[in-house]
Design a protein around this ligand. Structure first.
Ligand code: 5GP
Ligand code: ZN
Length: 114
């Protein structure tokens, strides 16, 4: 989608520190990390957010979670635990309207979120 920053990262038009990619998904370091490890996992396909998933997109989410779990293992934060987050809409804290899964870890995270 034109003017979508994550579509541009997926196409390679905008650079990012890409940590994993396959035909359907991409993972890259968040530009403004909120924890020692802060990675975003996105589908290459433009989907606005988790609320906009169609039945045919449901498998994408499983692939995104699996990729995040693998990254957590590979980057040494899995044993201590980590957080996987989908922000949905403005009250949910979503700023970029292209589906993304946050992988946060590498420190004790607070709960509840602000
Ligand atoms: P949201 O608030 O929409 O759930 O999260 C969007 C995330 O995307 C934020 O954590 C923000 O730091 C990250 N972000 C926004 N623009 C860019 C960018 O151009 N490159 C990268 N790597 N991350 C971005
Ligand atoms: Zn997009």
């Amino acid at each position: 989608m034109a003017n979508c920053i994550f579509c541009k990262i997926a196409s390679g038009e905008t650079p990012a520190n890409v940590l994993y990619e396959d035909d359907a998904i991409l993972a890259f370091a968040d530009i403004n990390p909120q924890s020692p490890e802060h990675i975003l996992v996105i589908p290459r396909k433009h989907v606005e957010n988790a609320a906009a998933l169609s039945a045919e997109d449901v498998n994408l989410v499983g692939s995104m979670v699996a990729a995040a779990n693998k990254l957590a293992e590979d980057r040494g934060i899995a044993a201590d635990g980590y957080r996987l987050v989908f922000n949905v809409g403005r009250h949910g804290g979503q700023a970029v309207d292209h589906l993304h899964l946050h992988l946060l870890g590498g420190r004790q995270l607070g709960w509840p979120p602000g």
